[in-house]
Design a protein around this ligand. Structure first.
Ligand SMILES: [Zn+2]
Ligand SMILES: [Zn+2]
Ligand SMILES: [Zn+2]
Ligand SMILES: [Zn+2]
Ligand SMILES: [Zn+2]
Ligand SMILES: [Zn+2]
Length: 119
């Protein structure tokens, strides 16, 4: 039964409401963005999740449709101020509830990711 469980090793932090990480809706559950990983608390361990490539979250170049929500010329990368989100086989950045994929001189829009407010 555990075949879909990718256990994150050595994870003493317990994700939950108000834990300080950005909580996002993933299908029928909530995951937490943690250092570029999508963590899903699962019993006594943490699973690694990835946003699936789908019609909602396509994995293709749409020629700059994602270049909104930040300064023109902003280049996403480690420490750019946006949360990294694993999507398919690559990493996107979360900007105003959308997945931005840096692609050459523009951002592709890889669809919405709903942020769940911690309350
Ligand atoms: Zn957390
Ligand atoms: Zn998930
Ligand atoms: Zn592109
Ligand atoms: Zn950025
Ligand atoms: Zn993407
Ligand atoms: Zn962008």
């Amino acid at each position: 039964m555990a075949e879909n469980c990718t256990v994150h090793h050595d994870h003493p932090h317990k994700h939950g409401a108000g834990c300080g990480h950005t909580a996002v809706r993933h299908g029928d559950h909530v995951d937490y963005l943690h250092d570029g990983h999508l963590h899903h608390p699962h019993g006594d361990h943490v699973d690694e999740h990835v946003i699936e490539v789908s019609a909602t979250n396509p994995d293709r170049c749409n020629h700059g449709e994602g270049c909104t929500g930040h300064e023109a010329g902003h280049v996403h990368g480690p420490g750019c101020g946006h949360e990294a989100v694993p999507h398919g086989d690559h990493v996107d950045y979360l900007v105003n509830g959308r997945l931005h994929h840096p692609h050459g001189d523009h951002c592709d829009d890889h669809g919405p990711l709903e942020v769940v407010s911690a309350s």
